[in-house]
Design a protein around this ligand. Structure first.
Ligand SMILES: Cc1cc2nc3c(=O)[nH]c(=O)nc-3n(C[C@H](O)[C@H](O)[C@H](O)COP(=O)(O)O)c2cc1C
Length: 356
């Protein structure tokens, strides 16, 4: 099963990254069952479940936004062992994104650089895709972004439209203000603009409640993080997703993901976890360079529960979930605990005897 993915990867990596991406999504969309069987995944049961705010994750690792931007392959991604699947980013109107080439591989570093620019089919088509999809009883998140042509001061209107369009169909929604590829987007993470966007959603959230997250950039300064956390608490968001891709100008424009992002992301995640320590109602979903059980373990040790990944799925395929599962199984066996929830709740007493 792992070797099947390696064969597939040889073929896919011979193509330019974006062509490989579109062709793969197309195959996964058309043959979800076939690919979930041939790429496989080991069986899991409810001992891997984790309650994350209002949502149940079947496994402590989910799919990060951006891989299935148009919500076309939900049936496939929810069949394999992702604990939750996040689709998008969706913008109100369809958008082409930046000119190609806009996706690059750094194979040795198991990393990617992208400057896609929220290319997506727009909320009308994506809403239909979501409604028609089979999500296999998994938690589905939908990631929301503003159109490039929407002026900054009207960004709140875009998020309003998107919340209205998707709150009935998602298990959670994400306000994305952290892509480096939409000019000015990250500036909206400032406390006052962030509040303005969230205030606009107040009435809607009362009428049509849906757990709401904020996805943040790893390039925020440490001083900005407590202010953002305060807003998240004040507006009673479900939590924070940390982090999006990072900028590394020496590598070129766009956002870097994968192992090259890992350390920066880890540091920001730890800071966020420290800021929410006294607020257990705030969830922190960790993302950025997650590629092994050790990454999950260090997130657990820092006080987190669940993570997402994208880039390691490109390099390792669904096998990345199996290798994380092997780590979890080992920890359960050697520490005589019965569930992931138990590991997380008694993490200070658990010993990591697994080396990946
Ligand atoms: C090609 C590509 C496209 C992405 N598109 C989005 C997106 O549309 N919305 C979003 O919130 N994050 C997007 N991301 C960021 C990922 O969701 C994730 O936060 C980031 O890649 C770090 O995780 P990783 O190191 O596991 O890839 C994208 C990442 C990549 C590599």
């Amino acid at each position: 099963m792992f070797s099947f993915y390696n064969g597939f990867k040889k073929f896919a990596f011979a193509l330019d990254p974006e062509t490989a991406h579109h062709q793969s999504i197309n195959l996964l969309k058309r043959f979800p069952l076939v690919f979930s069987e041939i790429f496989g995944n080991e069986e899991i049961d409810n001992k891997y479940e984790v309650q994350v705010g209002h949502c149940k994750w079947g496994f402590p690792v989910g799919l990060a936004a951006g891989l299935d931007k148009n919500a076309e392959a939900i049936d496939y991604f929810t069949r394999i062992n992702f604990g939750a699947v996040e689709v998008g980013t969706v913008t109100p109107l369809p958008q082409e994104g930046n000119p190609r080439p806009r996706l690059f591989r750094y194979v040795k570093e198991e990393s990617l650089r992208n400057m896609m620019g929220f290319n997506n089919a727009g909320s009308e088509i994506i809403q239909k895709n979501v409604i028609d999809s089979n999500r296999n009883n998994k938690t589905l998140g939908i990631n929301l972004g503003k159109n490039k042509t929407t002026p900054q001061e009207q960004a709140k209107d875009d998020y309003f439209k998107l919340y209205s369009a998707f709150s009935d169909y998602a298990d959670y929604l994400v306000i994305n203000l952290s892509s480096p590829n939409t000019p000015g987007l990250r500036d909206l993470q400032q406390k006052d603009t962030l509040l303005e966007i969230l205030n606009e959603l107040d009435d809607l959230r009362l009428k049509s409640p849906c757990p709401l997250y904020l996805k943040i950039a790893p390039d925020l300064s440490f001083e900005d993080i407590p202010g953002i956390v305060d807003v998240v608490k004040e507006k009673q968001l479900e939590g924070i997703i940390a982090t999006n891709t990072t900028i590394m100008p020496d590598k070129g424009p766009g956002g870097i993901s994968g192992k090259l992002l890992q350390e920066k992301s880890r540091i920001v995640r730890s800071k966020v976890l420290e800021c929410v320590k006294e607020s257990p109602e705030i969830q922190v979903i960790g993302v950025g360079g997650v590629s092994s059980f050790d990454d999950l373990w260090s997130f657990w040790k820092a006080g987190g529960k669940v993570m997402q990944l994208y880039t390691s799925f490109i390099y390792q395929g669904p096998g990345v979930l199996d290798s994380i599962k092997h780590g979890i199984d080992h920890i359960m066996r050697t520490n005589q605990v019965d569930s992931v929830s138990e590991i997380i709740s008694s993490i200070d007493k658990i010993e990591n005897t697994f080396s990946s």
